[in-house]
Design a protein around this ligand. Structure first.
Ligand code: GAL
Length: 687
C-alpha cells in the first residue's frame, strides 16, 4: 500500500518537541475561524488571551474553503489566522486539511467513496467520505498536505502537524473495491502463497478454499457467518490501512518539514475498536487523544481515567496531548448532558493527573450552523456572561498554576493488558455467548483497581512486564506464544498475574489450542477446562470462597475446570450445573503467583478478589480516600518531585490525611490534612 517512506536522511532526534515554544502546559482547542467574519475573529484573539489559550488546532475541515475549485487555492484567511495567532503568542497544531474531501473531488471521482459490507456507498454531505486506500484520493490528500507544509512549514506559529482527523472514526472498515484490492495485497504480503492463507483461514471448512488471492473478498454481507479468520485479518488489515494513510501523509510532511513533529488525534475509548493503537505508537511523535464523557455512564470519571491511561499506554508512559474534549454537553449522544459546575475543570485536570501535558477542546467558538451547533465550546452561543466562559477562564489560570508538572510521568506498578487483536477475535460471531463485550471486561477490572486507588498502566501482551508487581489479563482470548510466555515470565519473576475466562483460547489465526482450555495458559495457571457453560440472560450463580468475599454472584460465563497438582481452589460454584467445581484458582509460580477466574464476578465479589490481589502483590495505592475520591501522582523524571492530584468526584466534602506540601491551585501550604470539597480538585507538590 505504501508508496512514500520516511527519507533515509530523516533524523528523528532533530524533530523538535511539540511544546518547545510553550511555557508550561498547553491550553486551547479546535479553531475554525473560516466560519466567522473578521470582527468575530478579532474578538476571538482577544478572548483567547483572556483565557490563557496558547495552542489551537486549525484547518482540520478546511479543504473545501482552501481549495474551493480544483487547483484554485485561497490562503487569505489562513495566512491571516496564522499571523494573528503568532502575534498573540499562540501556537498552532496545523492540520493537513484532509479530514473531508471537497464536494468537487467526490463528484469528479466518485470511486473514492467508501462502502459498507452490503455495498452501500457512503456519500459526501457529512464528513470523512473517502476510502483511505484509494490511490486517487491518496494523491489528492498528499498534494494538499504538501501544500500546507510548503506554505506554513516555516511559520513561527507552527508547533506540530495534526494529520487528518480522528482517522477511522466514521469509516473504520471500508469494503470498497480499492479496499478489496489493498486487502489482497496485504494478504499476499502476509501469507506469500494462497495455500498458507487457506491453512490460516481454515478454508477446507464450508468449501471456502481459494485457488488464487484474486478470489478473496473483504468480509462482505453473506448468507451465513463469514469465515472468522477472514474477519480477523480484515480487522488487522483495516487498522494497518488507516495507519498507512497516516504514515503517507506524515512522510509527505517530513520530506518538507523534517523538524516539525507529527501526530493525529486518537479516540482511545470512544470509537476505537477499529484501530490497534498500540501498533500506531511508534509512528506518532507525540500521542494525542480525544475524549468525551458518556452521559449514560454513571461512573464516567472512571471511563475517562481508562481513556487517559490508554493514551498514556500508547505513549509508552510519555506525556501526551488531550486534543479534544468538551466544555459541557456534546450533540451526538441520544441524550446529551450539560456538565455540572466544576465538572469541566475536574475532567480536564483528571487528564492532566494521568499524564496529559495539554488540555484542548472541540471547539473554541460554538458554531452557528451545521451539525455541531448544539455541541458546547469554550465560547458558547450566549457569549461571555456565562458559566461556560467563566470556567474556560478559570481552567486557563488553573493550568498556568500547574505548569511545573509538564514533562513529569505517572508511575504505576500494576499493568492491565489490553490487546486489539484479542478484542477483535473475542467478539467474532458464533462463539459460546454473543453477550461478551471485551471492553466491558477490561472496564470492570479497571474499575475494581480504580476503586482500590491503584494506578495502572495499560500494556500489551508483548510489553516488557519487568516493572510490574500485578499483571491483569482480562479475556485475552487470542494470544500468540510469545505473548503467553511473556505473561508467564512476569509470574516467574515475582508478579501476581491474574487471567480471566475465555483467555488463551486461540492462536493468532483464531485456531483453538487443543488439549483443554485455556491452552496458552494451562501450564501457567495449572488448570484444564473441558467445557464452557455460558449462562443465560439474567441467570446467575453463587461462588463461595474467602478470596471473593465469602459469597459472591457471577453471571455470563462459567466453565468446567479441573485443577492440576499444586493449584489451589480459592472459590467454587455453590449452585448451578457446576456446583462444587472450581471458579477461582491460584498457583505459586516461580517467586510469584498465577490466578485464574473462570467466571465473571459481579462487583462486590470482584472488588474483594482485586483487594486480595493488590494485597498479595504489594502494589500500593496512590492514596486512600473515600469511595469516589481519586488520587493519582505524577513524578518528575529525576524522581525528586511528586505531585499528588486529588479529585473528588462525589457530592460530599472530604479531608485526606497524611498529605503535606504546597497546593498549587490555591497556593496554600498543606500540613497533614488536605481538604477536598465536593467536586473539587487539589494538586499538591509534595514535601
Ligand atoms: C470529534 C471530532 C470533532 C468534533 C467532536 C465533537 O470526534 O474530531 O471534529 O466532531 O468529535 O464531539
Amino acid at each position: 500500500m505504501r508508496r512514500r517512506t520516511t527519507p533515509d536522511s530523516f533524523d528523528a532526534t532533530a524533530v523538535r518537541p511539540w511544546n518547545a515554544q510553550l511555557d508550561g502546559l498547553g491550553y486551547g482547542g479546535d479553531y475554525n475561524p473560516e466560519q466567522w467574519p473578521a470582527e468575530v475573529r478579532d474578538e476571538d484573539v482577544r478572548l483567547m488571551r483572556e483565557a490563557g489559550v496558547n495552542i489551537l488546532s486549525v484547518a482540520i475541515f478546511s479543504w473545501a474553503t482552501l481549495e474551493p475549485r480544483e487547483g484554485e487555492l485561497d490562503w487569505t484567511w489562513l495566512d491571516e489566522t496564522m499571523d494573528s495567532l503568532h502575534a498573540a503568542s499562540i501556537q498552532v497544531a496545523l492540520a493537513t486539511a484532509t479530514a473531508s474531501p471537497p464536494p468537487w473531488l467526490t463528484r469528479k471521482h466518485p470511486e473514492i467513496l467508501p462502502r459498507l459490507a452490503d455495498g452501500t456507498v457512503l456519500h459526501q454531505g457529512g464528513r470523512q467520505a473517502y476510502a483511505v486506500t484509494h490511490p486517487v484520493h491518496r494523491d489528492y490528500a498528499l498534494r494538499m498536505a504538501a501544500r500546507m507544509a510548503e506554505r506554513y512549514g516555516d511559520h513561527p506559529a507552527l508547533a506540530l502537524w495534526h494529520v487528518d482527523n480522528e482517522i477511522g472514526c466514521h469509516v473504520p472498515r471500508d469494503y470498497s473495491d480499492s479496499a478489496a484490492a489493498a486487502f489482497r495485497d496485504w494478504l499476499r504480503e502476509r501469507y506469500t502463497t494462497v495455500d498458507r492463507l487457506n491453512e490460516a483461514w481454515g478454508t477446507t471448512f464450508w468449501s471456502q478454499r481459494y485457488a488464487d488471492f484474486d478470489d478473496v473478498l473483504p468480509p462482505l454481507t453473506v448468507p451465513a457467518i463469514v469465515n472468522p479468520t477472514q474477519q480477523l485479518d480484515f480487522d488487522r488489515f483495516s487498522s494497518d490501512a488507516l495507519l498507512d494513510y497516516y504514515r503517507d501523509l506524515r512522510d509527505t510532511l517530513r520530506e518538507i518539514t523534517p523538524h516539525v513533529p507529527t501526530t493525529t488525534n486518537l479516540m482511545t475509548t470512544t470509537a476505537t475498536k477499529g484501530m490497534d493503537y498500540f501498533s500506531w505508537s511508534d509512528d506518532l511523535d507525540v500521542v494525542a487523544n480525544d475524549h468525551y464523557t458518556i452521559a449514560a455512564d454513571d461512573e464516567r470519571h472512571v471511563e475517562l481515567a481508562l481513556s487517559a491511561d490508554l493514551a498514556r499506554g500508547v505513549a509508552h508512559g510519555a506525556p501526551w496531548i488531550l486534543m479534544e474534549h468538551s466544555t459541557s454537553a456534546v450533540n451526538w449522544q441520544p441524550r446529551n448532558r450539560t456538565k455540572a459546575p466544576g465538572e469541566m475543570l475536574r475532567n480536564s485536570l483528571q487528564h492532566v493527573a494521568r499524564g496529559a501535558d495539554s488540555v484542548m477542546f472541540f471547539q473554541w467558538r460554538q458554531s452557528r450552523a451545521g451539525a455541531e451547533k448544539y455541541h458546547s465550546a469554550m465560547v458558547p452561543h450566549a457569549g461571555t456572561d456565562t458559566d461556560v466562559w467563566r470556567s474556560t477562564v478559570d481552567l486557563g489560570s488553573a493550568l498556568q498554576r500547574l505548569g511545573e508538572v509538564r514533562g513529569s510521568r505517572v508511575v504505576a506498578r500494576a499493568a492491565l493488558i489490553v490487546d486489539y487483536p484479542a478484542w477483535w477475535a473475542a467478539e467474532l460471531d458464533s462463539h459460546p455467548t454473543q453477550e461478551l463485550r471485551y471492553m466491558d471486561e477490561v472496564r470492570s477490572w479497571y474499575t475494581a483497581l480504580w476503586d482500590q486507588g491503584v494506578t495502572v498502566d495499560t500494556v500489551t501482551p508483548h510489553t516488557d512486564l519487568a516493572g510490574y508487581d500485578l499483571v491483569v489479563a482480562p479475556t485475552l482470548y487470542l494470544v500468540d506464544d510469545e505473548g503467553a510466555a511473556n505473561i508467564a515470565r512476569a509470574a516467574e519473576r515475582g508478579a501476581t498475574v491474574a487471567v480471566t475466562f475465555f483467555s488463551g483460547i486461540v492462536d493468532s489465526h483464531d485456531h483453538v489450542r487443543l488439549g483443554g482450555y485455556p491452552g496458552a495458559f494451562r501450564d501457567l495457571l495449572g488448570v484444564r477446562t473441558e467445557e464452557f457453560y455460558p449462562l443465560q440472560a439474567a441467570e446467575t450463580v453463587h461462588v463461595t470462597g474467602k478470596a471473593v468475599g465469602g459469597d459472591a454472584t457471577a453471571d455470563l460465563w462459567t466453565e468446567k475446570t479441573h485443577v492440576l497438582d499444586g493449584t489451589e481452589v480459592v472459590a467454587s460454584y455453590d449452585d448451578g450445573a457446576l456446583a462444587g467445581h472450581p471458579a477461582v484458582t491460584r498457583r505459586n509460580v516461580g517467586s510469584g503467583a498465577a490466578w485464574y477466574m473462570g467466571t465473571r464476578l459481579e462487583r462486590s465479589g470482584l472488588d474483594a478478589l482485586v483487594g486480595r490481589l493488590v494485597e498479595e502483590s504489594g502494589v500500593a495505592p496512590d492514596g486512600i480516600g473515600p469511595a469516589g475520591v481519586e488520587i493519582v501522582r505524577r513524578r518528575s523524571n529525576d524522581g525528586a518531585t511528586t505531585w499528588l492530584f486529588a479529585l473528588n468526584h462525589t457530592d460530599a466534602d472530604t479531608t485526606l490525611h497524611g498529605v503535606s506540601g504546597i497546593e498549587l491551585l490555591g497556593g496554600d501550604a498543606v500540613v497533614g490534612d488536605l481538604a477536598v470539597p465536593a467536586g473539587a480538585v487539589r494538586v499538591v507538590r509534595e514535601a
